[in-house]
Design a protein around this ligand. Structure first.
Ligand code: AMP
Length: 418
């Protein structure tokens, strides 16, 4: 039998209700903050991700699913959505009427990471981006929105971690100080970090290898190197978050794996999932729109790891699939045909009714009604069709009542018997 690809997974019907609940919560909340949905393709030219995410990142170096198209062009399954949304913003001149635009998208991303619990090769993100706002209000507003999102879902044990990554004015000074330290501890770093050290030293701070973490324990923190503008921006973000009652923790070591981040950077972590502790991450990327060929436009965004959120929530929240309001236990061909029309008419009116399609005994039909969790069962055979009355059984109370078949569909639609 052919199995699914390693690191990919099916989301089965029993789990989907929770996914839908999360999605509805997100859509309702984001609309109240003025975010519009945008849908971008899952495949783009490889160059978009190479330039947008950065050549020296793990994602671009080793995690992308890239293929040669028949014409020879290199295409990649998107590892994240930001670069695609930025491309769409530029390509369709979505800034033309008003550069201040807010978007979200929900969908699958692909990264060839080592699969483990909470880490998949196809995973889903809820991705949110805001363009055109340079001031610190939007930073706090987005983190607040994320906080509300988790709160509404009832996710407990989450913590916002916050840092500033500075900007092209102040980061070079920090990079120098960091490079000096890395030179000193070079022989204690893993092979990846030694390579990163020269090209992208900030990434060394992001390494999960314990020996590397130890080696950089005394590394300088970027918040100590911020220029005055970055310092004020960051201070305003933290003050506004406090005002809004969002709990956060300053995390001097927080850096992000993607190259394009500037200033505010954040992660929502939880201790529920073991090693894969981040359920959402994001930050400002003021240089990316210009880097990808658009007008200089400040921007900020975040991505929620949908799969991880489901895992966190699944431990406490059970969302049931809808259960039939009625099961029609039909006995005999004529009753089954009648039941078939009743089901069709009631489904069209939005009422979920089930029936047995095959010729089965009453006992077996009652069993199935029970398994489906039907609220009531209507038992109809030739005798009931002849008398025009049938027995309606309440599955919870076991109470029984005679109902008139002629008015059955209308009565169910008016909820006078469901
Ligand atoms: P990133 O795009 O790397 O900033 O990731 C944003 C969020 O997506 C993370 O906080 C995770 O919750 C989630 N995420 C990233 N990579 C994976 C993966 N391979 N499997 C499942 N979730 C992931």
């Amino acid at each position: 039998m052919i199995q699914l690809i390693r690191g990919f997974k099916d989301i089965l019907p029993g789990e989907v209700a929770l996914w839908q609940h999360i999605e509805r919560t997100a859509v309702g909340l984001f609309a109240a903050f003025g975010f519009d949905e945008i849908r971008v393709p899952i495949m783009e030219k490889t160059e978009l991700f190479a330039r947008g995410i950065g050549e020296d990142t793990d994602i671009v170096e080793k995690e992308m699913y890239t293929l040669d198209d028949r014409g020879g062009e290199k295409l990649t399954l998107r590892p994240e959505a930001t670069a695609s949304i930025v491309r769409a913003y530029i390509q369709h001149k979505l800034y033309a009427d008003d550069p201040l635009r807010k978007f979200y998208t929900i969908g699958p991303m692909f990264r060839r990471e080592r699969p483990q619990k909470g880490r998949y090769r196809q995973f889903y993100q809820i991705d949110v981006e805001a363009f055109g706002m340079a001031g610190p209000f939007i930073d706090a507003q987005m983190i607040y929105m994320l906080h509300l999102f988790f709160q509404r879902l009832g996710v407990s044990r989450t913590q916002a971690h916050l840092n500033s990554l500075g900007c092209p004015v102040c980061r070079p000074r920090f990079r120098e100080a960091l490079a000096a330290l890395l030179n000193k501890v070079e022989d204690r770093l893993c092979a990846d970090c030694r390579r990163r050290q020269a090209r992208n030293p900030l990434r060394v701070l992001d390494c999960k290898v314990p020996a590397c973490r130890e080696a950089v324990a005394d590394a300088p923190a970027i918040v100590d190197y911020l220029c005055e503008d970055c310092r004020q921006h960051f201070q305003s973000v933290t003050e506004n978050l406090t005002q809004l009652g969002v709990p956060f923790e300053l995390d001097r070591r927080l850096v992000r794996g993607l190259d394009y981040y500037t200033r505010t950077t954040f992660e929502i972590q939880t201790d529920v999932l073991g090693a894969q502790s981040a359920v959402a991450g994001g930050g400002r990327y003021d240089g990316l729109v210009e880097t990808l060929g658009g007008p200089a436009t400040p921007a900020i965004g975040f991505a929620v790891g949908f799969d991880r959120l489901v895992e966190v929530l699944g431990q406490s929240l059970k969302i049931e699939n809808p259960k039939p309001a009625l099961f029609i236990a039909a006995l005999g061909e004529t009753a089954r045909r009648k039941a078939f029309y009743w089901c069709a008419e009631l489904a069209a009116a939005g009422i979920y009714v089930e029936m047995e399609h095959a010729d089965k005994s009453l006992k077996s039909q009652m069993k199935r009604a029970d398994r489906l969790g039907a609220a009531r069962v209507l038992i109809v055979g030739d005798a009931e069709l002849a008398s025009g009355q049938a027995n309606l059984r309440d599955m919870a109370t076991k109470a029984q009542a005679e109902v008139v078949l002629a008015g059955l569909v209308d009565a169910l639609k008016q909820q006078s018997i469901v």
